[in-house]
Write a protein that binds this ligand. Structure first.
Ligand code: UDP
Ligand code: LCN
Length: 815
């Protein structure tokens, strides 16, 4: 965990306490009153209110240095007579200080000591055990450069290319690792770029000069085959380009890198060389399919993301291989679980070509236990006992399908990232990870309370699997900055793994640093052939419109919709999500119910889940469904509100967003927390003005008041009034709605497209492919540590997860 170098630490806290000593003493005495515990900032404030009941006095205290420090306090641990503060003034930067309540003496402590205080609340004996297991992944990173600025977090490629450019400069010897790397470049058994003839920097530089001169005599479009033989004699292999012009540009870039490297040339060169053709993408859990799977347990945006990602990556790979002049075709395999009890989906098929691609497939491998193949679905929280066999079986199948090793392995979510780590380290392949959402920050104090939560969530496995994968992987793709390092007030999802503790199991004093250059932001897009603007009339999928209008407006209540919209002229505010607590569709419905102004201005339509709680096999979902029915009754919403069951047809959903835009309505994403929020960018792509939660990814997607609006899910009145104000303004100003529709689209085109994503992701694959070679020794040492941890600790945690047995025997084999 980084600590802020410029802060005066202890002195500033001591001074702060001195400023309002009397009040502070009372306050600290109050904190002591209920004994040892963990307090969040709002708890500290509430307790302060109890002892300083005069508001002006309280304001005075809060405007002092102490108030300033309190604002940055994330939590405090009360272990009488001490209050121990965790202070975070900037993303990634933490300080820890201990204050003695009776005399307000202050002492700065390190992260290990801080974690021990936290453990004291839950497991004092273990906290005091001098030999308790402590994990320190950072101990292996001494040779890896780290960023220092919070603003640089997530710009790994740019940081590494700057570092590489200085490492490669200063003489031929320094550039030799790049030459060695190019000599060894090989894809599917074919040597590329240069052969052993050009095995030193000076030989390569001279040959590049000769080759470039010869290229000047050729017209730019001369195919590589025309001069291939001559180039081979000089030591060049395929991969430089398909035409003389392309070859010249790649050679010129390399010459620049060898002469005086600068970061932009390093990035450009690595974006041009053929290092990746075959990619494996792991997403083992849930139902992974191309139709009828959304709405099934654990199956949401991750599936949408991966299918779109594959299309974009394949397109970019095809473009690149043509530009590189190589004839081999890329292949992407999405590897997931084969589920024999497929509930009408194709999840029981071993191989399925991916729509919209030429060479990509889904490969399904079943979970195998001692009792044979597991037929039923298992929750992502219970998946750990099956993963080792899955890796073995999947690896064999992948090697078979690809007729060799992949060039890049990408994992998704905890299970996929663990599996990717095991396979990538075994085969020595570049690895990337994607979390979508890390579970740790979703539940308060989930690390400290792991024992209580483990029977349901198996966090002892999940948090360790995540930490193992973060440390094994070569690079991490995130959708937003906040996913890594949060915001000013809220720590990021990865940041929460910087230091944490599972009392009784292990204390992670250094899990991952958000300043590690492996972090990169590459935001996903939405498929623009499905989600395109409402005003592109000639592209509109008119065939769906009658059914959509029926679904929105008819008065019938059935299995697909309940409620109805009496006034069809009103704009619609629309939301679509899985019906779980965090998505907060019930919250939105209640805000609407409570706000007569909003009800007067617009209708509300939500899409998600089923109406019959008994159809769900998820307790949380059942409760949300029941709550929704209660809200509809309580606020008498029928006539202004329509609830449509989960919709699985993406094409039709695209048209649905556009039909809502036709009403000059808006999309509302009210989640209590959203890791990224694909629906937000789907809506914006369709030109639908969007209001989205300020908790998580959407806060970054939308610039509040410019390309849409932020709403506070914890302040329903304020949020519903903000929406009402928008529609009031729209009533009076015909252009107001258009402005937000256009600005939303502009934001998408600038930052959130799959094209931008694919370029970034493949550049990462290449540059980190080289980086891992440069840091081989450090990587091997860390890998050994991880392997030991995996064997001695993680496997034991996995043993605590029950192995499922199918309730019904498998059907007899066909005669
Ligand atoms: N979705 C859908 N039908 C539904 C609900 C959601 O097709 O009834 C789609 C939605 O269009 C989006 C994805 O599921 O593509 C949800 O992704 P998001 O990132 O919003 O949330 P997640 O479910 O991944 O948490
Ligand atoms: C999971 C989530 O919770 C969403 O916020 C993301 O948009 C989705 O995955 C795709 O990454």
């Amino acid at each position: 965990m980084a600590s802020a170098p410029s802060l005066k630490r202890t002195e500033s806290l001591t001074d702060a306490l001195r400023q309002s000593r009397l009040h502070m003493k009372r306050c600290f005495a109050q904190y002591m009153e209920n004994g040892k515990r963990v307090m969040k900032l709002h708890n500290l404030m509430d307790e302060m209110e109890k002892v300083i009941d005069d508001k002006s006095e309280r304001d005075q205290v809060l405007s002092s240095d102490l108030g300033f420090i309190l604002c940055y306090t994330q939590e405090a641990i009360i272990i009488p007579p001490h209050v121990v503060f965790a202070i975070r003034r900037n993303p990634g930067y933490w300080e820890f200080a201990k204050v003695r309540s009776n005399d307000l003496a202050v002492e700065t402590i390190d992260v290990t000591e801080y974690l021990k205080y936290k453990e004291m609340v839950y497991e004092e004996d273990w906290a005091k055990d001098e030999n308790a297991l402590e994990l320190d992944f950072g101990a292996f990173d001494f040779s890896i450069p780290h960023m220092t600025l919070s603003s640089s977090i997530g710009n790994g490629v740019s940081f590494i290319s700057t570092f590489l450019s200085s490492k490669l400069s200063g003489g031929n010897d320094n550039a030799q690792p790049l030459v060695d790397f190019l000599v060894n470049l090989n894809l599917q058994g074919e040597d590329l770029m240069i052969n052993n003839t050009l095995n030193t920097t000076s030989k390569l530089q001279s040959a590049l000069i000769i080759a470039e001169a010869s290229l000047l005599t050729l017209s730019g479009d001369t195919p590589y085959q025309k001069f291939e033989m001559r180039f081979k004699e000089w030591g060049f292999e395929k991969g430089w380009g398909g035409t003389a012009e392309q070859v010249k540009e790649t050679m010129r870039t390399l010459s620049e890198v060898l002469q005086a490297p600068d970061p932009s040339h390093v990035v450009k060169f690595f974006s041009r060389i053929p290092m990746i053709l075959n990619i494996v993408i792991f997403s083992p859990h849930g139902y992974f399919g191309q139709s009828d799977v959304l709405g099934l347990p654990d199956t949401g945006g991750q599936v949408v993301y991966i299918l779109d990602q594959v299309k974009a990556l394949e397109e970019e790979l095809l473009l690149r291989s043509e530009r590189q002049g190589i004839s081999m075709k890329p292949q992407i395999l999405v590897v997931t679980r084969l589920i024999p009890d497929a509930r009408g989906t194709k999840c029981d098929q071993e191989v399925e070509p991916i729509h919209g691609t030429k060479h990509s497939k889904i490969l399904r491998v079943p979970f195998r236990t001692d009792k044979g193949v597991l037929r039923r679905w298992v929750s992502r929280f219970d998946i750990y006992p099956y993963l080792e066999n899955f890796v073995q079986d999947a690896t064999n199948k992948i090697l078979d399908h690809m007729e060799g090793k992949p060039d890049l392995i990408i994992g998704n979510y905890t299970d996929g990232n663990l599996v990717a780590s095991l396979m990538a380290s075994k085969l020595g392949i570049t690895q990337g990870t994607i979390a979508h959402a890390l579970e740790k920050t979703k539940y308060e104090d989930s690390d400290l309370k792991w024992k209580e939560l483990d029977p349901k969530y198996h966090f002892s496995c999940q948090f360790m699997a995540d930490t193992i994968a973060m440390n094994t992987t070569d690079f991490i793709i995130t959708s937003t900055y906040q996913e890594i390092a949060g915001s000013k007030d809220r720590p990021g999802q990865y940041e929460s793994h910087a230091a944490f503790t599972l009392p009784g199991l292990c204390r992670v004093v250094s899990g991952i640093s958000v300043f590690d250059p492996k972090f990169n932001i590459a935001a996903p897009g939405a498929d623009q052939s499905v989600y395109f603007p409402y005003h592109e009339k000639e592209r509109r999928l008119t065939q769906f419109q009658p059914a959509i209008l029926e679904m929105l407006y008819n008065k019938i209540e059935n299995e697909e919709h309940i409620g109805h919209l009496a006034d069809k002229k009103k704009p619609i505010i629309f939301s679509m999500a899985r019906v779980d607590v965090v998505k907060n569709l019930t919250g939105l419905t209640e805000w609407y119910g409570k706000n007569p102004r909003l009800r007067d201005l617009v209708n509300l339509v939500i899409v998600g889940g089923f109406f019959d709680p008994n159809k769900s096999n998820d307790r949380e979902e059942m409760a949300e469904i029941k709550k929704m029915h209660a809200i509809i009754d309580k606020y008498q919403l029928k006539g202004q509100f329509r609830w449509i069951a989960a919709q699985t047809d993406r094409q039709r959903n695209g048209e649905l967003y556009r039909c809502v835009a036709d009403t000059r309505g808006a999309f509302v994403q009210p989640a209590l927390y959203e890791a990224f929020g694909l629906t937000v960018i789907e809506a914006m792509n369709c030109g639908l003005p969007t209001f989205a939660t300020n908790q998580g990814g959407p806060a970054e997607i939308i610039v509040d008041g410019l390309s849409g609006f932020h709403i506070d899910p914890n302040n329903g009145d304020e949020s519903s009034n903000k929406i009402a104000e928008f529609f009031e303004k729209c009533r009076h100003d015909g252009e107001y709605w258009n402005k937000y529709s256009t600005e939303g689209l502009k934001r998408i085109h600038e930052c959130y497209t799959w094209k931008i994503y694919a370029k970034k992701a493949l550049n990462m694959g290449n540059i980190y492919g080289f980086w891992r070679q440069l840091n081989k020794e450090q990587k091997t040492a860390k890998q050994r540590y991880i392997q030991m941890l995996y064997n001695l600790q993680f496997r034991n945690s996995v043993k605590t997860v029950p192995v499922r047995v199918d309730d019904v025997p498998p059907p007899p084999p066909p005669p």
